[in-house]
Design a protein around this ligand. Structure first.
Ligand code: ADP
Ligand code: MG
Length: 442
């Protein structure tokens, strides 16, 4: 007699196509000893297959158990203990996106590979000018902005230009600088430390906010800074905040940081995100069509770094399965990612987010106002609430002060129609719905 797990897998074989069965389901082993009536455990050789089965087949498997035993178990797909765990990222050739290690520059961080939009135009031009006239125009150049907005990319673009001209470039973090300092101090080789940092043509210090409250290294950095600037050697600094706002930093350093040019980078607009994705696809030879690119652009929040993870995930899955990346495929692969973001969404949160986006007050959305902006916002909020929360139409009608559920249903139809006919509007709605998904209540 076959174990219940085997019976279920046999039944599944009849329900899915042969290729899926051979590729994935055949690799499943039912764990008879660990499973219980309400918990079915299967093991697979690697994480990639595990993820795929979880998203695509776990529901079906649970359902087949239910048919046979009357109990719908939780289906758990685990990686075989014997095999080393692998992830989507490292089962395929890594994309050309690694961050630099040591003081090496990432060769793909160039001006050509940097997408310019309103959000980063100022910092881009400043960096470009510096690369053309290092040590002359703005010294130091101080670039600040949120995580993943391209600060490291920009500063290294200057580095790559100067490197190609045979100049000496040092790229370092506060931590590396500190480690280096401590090592040379204890080896009594401080002269070599000074040679290294004070005799370069370009010093790039990434994420300077970590200097905060580290007094000894602030002192050393101060002298390094002055030595370089007196020789007209270029310094570029990045930080997550402007100099003024870095706590635990000596005043004299703050004023030095402000003495050149301070340039900020803002979160990218949707168009810029789309262009960045295209650029990354081009560099890494990943083929995505327009629809998928738009979709990915709406999934990522402001942190552009997410793009790389998403692209390598899509690429890994599509290589493994030998299929093209269609929009359905992308949605499926990225479903888990979205699902995680989507728990905890409430109508209040949706209202707040939509109001903020459209520059109106949250209370206006629920008012009786017929002002066209407010009506527009209200419709979108209703649509998102219906799509992203478990609220019923009558509940939503009550919440948004509408006559009854038919008014909600009417609104849903209107928005769906608009989305079908207007690509820009659909992208806008998807973007909003992702904004809501990552928003946290105030
Ligand atoms: P930060 O240092 O601000 O945290 P990074 O420079 O590390 O951000 O950028 C994160 C990723 O996003 C990098 O792969 C970078 O190439 C990419 N990126 C960010 N902004 C842009 C842009 N405007 N054009 C092209 N790539 C970008
Ligand atoms: Mg950085």
């Amino acid at each position: 007699m076959n174990s219940i797990g085997k019976q279920v897998l046999n039944a599944l074989k009849g329900e899915i196509n042969e290729i899926d069965y051979q590729r994935y389901i055949k690799q499943l082993t039912y764990d008879e000893t660990e499973s219980k009536s309400n918990l079915a455990i299967f093991r697979v050789p690697n994480a990639l297959i595990a993820n795929w089965i979880r998203t695509k087949f776990a529901d079906k498997i649970a359902h087949l158990f239910e048919i046979k035993t009357n109990i719908k178990p939780t289906v758990s797909i685990l990686i075989q203990a014997s095999s080393a765990p692998t992830s989507a990222q490292n089962t395929t050739t890594p994309l050309n996106m690694e961050r630099p290690s040591g003081s090496l520059l990432n060769p793909s961080y160039t001006f050509q590979n940097f997408v310019v939009g309103d959000s980063n135009n100022f910092a881009f031009i400043a960096a470009k000018n510096v690369s053309e006239k290092p040590g002359v125009v703005y010294n130091p150049l101080f670039i600040y902005g949120g995580v993943g907005l391209g600060k490291t990319h920009l500063m290294q673009s200057v580095g790559n230009v100067m490197l190609s001209q045979g100049k000496t470039v040092i790229y370092t973090s506060v931590e590396q600088f500190l480690n280096d300092f401590t090592r040379h101090l204890s080896n009594r080789t401080m002269d070599r430390f000074k040679d290294k940092y004070r005799k370069c043509d370009l010093l790039l210090i990434d994420d300077i906010q970590f200097l905060s409250n580290k007094n000894q290294i602030q002192e050393e950095f101060f002298h390094t800074f002055d030595a370089l600037r007196n020789e007209n050697k270029q310094i570029i600094i990045t930080s997550d905040k402007p100099p003024k706002k870095i706590g635990g930093l000596e005043e004299r350093l703050k004023s030095r940081f402000e003495s050149g040019l301070v340039a900020d980078i803002q979160p990218p607009e949707l168009e810029t995100k789309i262009e960045i994705i295209k650029k990354k696809c081009e560099i890494n030879r990943v083929k995505l069509d327009r629809e998928v690119i738009n979709y990915v652009a709406t999934i990522i929040e402001n942190n552009t770094r997410e793009i790389e993870g998403i692209l390598s995930k899509l690429n890994a899955y599509s290589q493994l399965m030998g299929v093209d990346i269609t929009i359905e495929f992308a949605r499926n692969v990225l479903k888990e990612q979205m699902a995680e973001k989507r728990s905890n969404i409430t109508t209040d949160l949706i209202m707040e987010t939509v109001a903020k986006e459209l520059n109106i007050k949250p209370s206006e959305i629920r008012s009786k106002s017929r002002n066209s902006n407010i009506v527009y916002a209200r419709r979108i909020a209703i649509y998102l609430s219906r799509s992203l929360t478990p609220n019923s139409m009558p509940q939503l009608a009550q919440y948004f002060g509408m006559k009854d559920h038919t008014a909600v249903s009417h609104t849903m139809k209107k928005i769906q129609e608009l989305m079908k006919n207007d690509e820009d509007f659909r992208v806008k709605i998807e973007e909003l719905s992702n904004k809501v998904s990552v928003a946290t209540p105030e």
